[in-house]
Each structure stands twice: as C-alpha cells, then as structure tokens.
Design a protein. Sequence first.
Length: 119
Amino acid sequence: NKYYGRGLSIEGFRSALCQYLHNGIELRKDLFDPVLSKLQSLKAVLERQASYRFYSSSLLIIYDGKDTRSETYLERKAEMRLKPVDFSLADKLQDVGSTESVSFQPKTTDSHPSSVLLC
C-alpha cells in the first residue's frame, strides 16, 4: 500500500522494517546492516544526481526468509536486494525547465541542483 509508507514516522519505519524482516520464526537482525547500508548508498547517489529529480519512488526489498538456524544457511552471508521501482515521478532536469515553478525546490550544494528525495 503506497499510502501506508508515506505516513510513517522514523519510529514507524523502524517498526515496519522489523515486521517485514521477521520471517515467521525470528527477526532477521542479520539483515539490518545490509538494508541500512543500501538505503544510505541509494540516498547518496540520489543526492549527487544533477540530471534527474526524484519526487518519489517505491523501494523493493527482497531477502531469503529461510530459517537462519540451518547449517548451510549459516555458512552464507546475509543477502538482500534493494531496488528502486516506479520512476513515473522522476523528471530529467532539462525536461522540467526552470525549477522555480516546481513545488519542491531542489537542494543546491553548488551551481548544480541535486535531486530531491521525498519519502
């Protein structure tokens, strides 16, 4: 539900992530660092972006919910994938033209505007 995520506070996001990372047997705490690391990397890429402005997007987070207590599973590193999806609300900056007419002004770190990430 795309509207559910829009109303989450920071604590609400943490709670939703914990709920998602529970595989029915245990909370997959081993995935916390990989998820946060990938979110931080994605944020850094979007903040450096000069050609595109992102107003919103969905994130697809995928992980194997297999029982982590099995011996073969313990030999593997915790894996997860995070993919941005649905870029219908992303524009090339050259297609937007002047940024003065948009509701949310891009952040500016130098003479080039960077993207705006609204969650």
